[in-house]
Design a protein. Structure first.
Length: 222
């Protein structure tokens, strides 16, 4: 299995500097990862470094809390697309979801999808499954699908827990073929990667990507 093609090679730490982005891009080119996943302020630099390769640039918005306004997420989405993003990972508004304000959550995702899809950019919705019970995971998946999202994603990697095989399986069943599933947070080695793929993950968000494809163990916590 070509695990590299499942991987969004990820660097979202706030201290990530220019040299770190250069290293990330170099590794993505060397190992053939599907994309790099980075913060918005680094998108243009990374896109220039990767052009004209097949490696995609994925940018996070509303990250890592998802609690900014819909207008702010729209602005972020437009900005990263203008700077060269091919994919967007947006954080769902978890607080509004917990309120039961599903109309707001739906609109939040729909507006980002509208902006992204007008430029042929994919949208992945981060649910932060460690904060949701199983019924809530199912409901969040249903909202993401209704909003037209391309993926549902488990985690930011910045909260109390990351991806679990159980959550991925629940998400895969809930989207019912209408969206894809990304597992992120805790995919640290080759066997982890295979297990998540077998559970239903179509994409993996990893910072230990090189160790995964080389079969090495890693102590990285993302």
């Amino acid at each position: 299995m070509n695990v590299a093609k499942y991987i969004d090679h990820t660097l979202l730490k706030p201290e990530a500097d220019k040299k770190s982005i250069e290293k990330l891009c170099g590794e993505a080119l060397e190992y053939g990862f599907h994309s790099i996943c980075i913060n918005g302020c680094r998108v243009k630099y990374a896109a220039d470094l990767l052009h004209p390769s097949d490696v995609k640039v994925c940018a996070v918005i509303g990250f890592p809390l998802g609690a900014c306004s819909i207008k702010a997420k729209i602005c972020e989405a437009r900005d990263v697309i203008e700077n060269g993003a091919d994919e967007i990972d947006m954080v769902m508004n978890i607080g509004k979801f917990k309120d039961g304000n599903f109309d707001y959550v739906l609109a939040d995702i729909e507006e980002v999808v509208r902006v992204a899809h007008s430029s042929n950019v994919f949208v992945k919705v981060i649910l932060e499954t460690c904060l949701l019970d199983n019924d809530e995971i199912i409901k969040a998946c249903e909202l993401a699908v209704r909003a037209g999202a391309d993926f549902v994603k488990t985690s930011t990697g910045f909260n109390s827990g990351g991806a679990t095989l159980e959550a991925v399986a629940i998400m895969k069943k809930a989207v019912d073929g209408k969206a894809l599933v990304k597992a992120a947070g805790g995919v640290r080695n080759y066997q982890n990667a295979i297990d998540f793929i077998n559970a239903g993950a179509d994409r993996l968000g990893c910072s230990s990507s090189v160790d995964i494809v080389t079969g090495a163990e890693s102590a990285d916590t993302y």
